[in-house]
Design a protein around this ligand. Structure first.
Ligand SMILES: C[S@@+](CC[C@H](N)C(=O)[O-])C[C@H]1O[C@@H](n2cnc3c(N)ncnc32)[C@H](O)[C@@H]1O
Length: 230
């Protein structure tokens, strides 16, 4: 898509995510390496595969994938997060290719990735732009390639959302050092949507949905495939 004067400025979310050290403390935890390894193992990551992690944050999953022998492109809109990813790569003595760009602007060769991963990032875009981002991921994947998407989504129907958000807030405040202010920022300034909207967007973009799992009130995980004959 050509840049237009109405094109969404994805960098505007940078202010929201600016407290890098604190952000890293929220997103990283002692078991984040082993959780990333088990996700990648479940996804069958193998040596030589080309993987993009879009919204890679501090790069834990990207570096674990590189350690498993994949060629990894770690992409994030925040230069500060990418700097953390580079430190992580150095510490783990692995090579990753970093790209300072967003879901709407990352550069790619069409049909070139075996796997695209994007965790807890798509909610930074309004729904129209989520569709644009998903269709760019679709185009970047090889026929038969897969998208692993995880995000904060509303699982319940609109009349249950208030309870869902409060349960999610309580869980994150108790378990992930979130503050009430983080919860308010997410609800006020970010763009979580319904799980069924995500499923419909994935289908309309052309993916076949292999699984959609919802945990707790606001957590959706999707595994999809670009058809071999796309
Ligand atoms: C909640 S963090 C998740 C990081 C990592 N994927 C994880 O699960 O730990 C969201 C990340 O998305 C990045 N981000 C925000 N908007 C983005 C966009 N439009 N394109 C790419 N990355 C974006 C932020 O800089 C941040 O690193």
């Amino acid at each position: 898509m050509l840049a237009r004067d109405w094109f969404y400025n994805e960098r505007r979310q940078l202010g929201i995510d600016s407290a890098v050290a604190r952000q890293s403390a929220i997103y990283d935890s002692d078991d984040s390496g082993s959780r990333a390894r088990s996700t990648l193992t479940r996804l069958g990551v193998q040596r030589g595969q080309r993987i993009a992690d879009i919204g890679c944050g501090n790069g834990i999953l990207a570096c674990e994938a590189a350690q498993m022998g994949a060629e990894v492109h770690a992409i994030d809109i925040s230069p500060a997060m990418l700097a953390l990813a580079e430190i992580q790569a150095k510490d783990m003595k692995v090579a990753i290719k970093t790209q300072s760009a967003g879901l709407l602007s990352f550069k790619y060769e069409p049909n070139s990735f075996d796997l695209v991963v994007s965790e807890f990032t798509l909610h930074h875009l309004p729904d129209f732009w989520k569709a644009v981002a998903l269709s760019r991921m679709f185009s970047a994947l090889k026929p038969g390639g897969r998208l692993f998407l995880r995000d904060i989504v509303f699982v319940s129907a609109p009349d249950g959302s208030e309870r869902g958000v409060e349960q999610w807030a309580d869980f994150n405040i108790k378990n992930h050092s979130f503050s009430r202010a983080d919860v308010m920022t997410h609800m006020r300034d970010e763009y979580s949507t319904f799980g069924w909207v995500i499923e419909r967007l994935l289908a309309d973009v052309g993916f076949s949905l292999e699984s959609a799992d919802y945990h707790g009130p606001m957590h959706g995980t999707y595994l999809c495939r670009k058809p071999a004959q796309a």
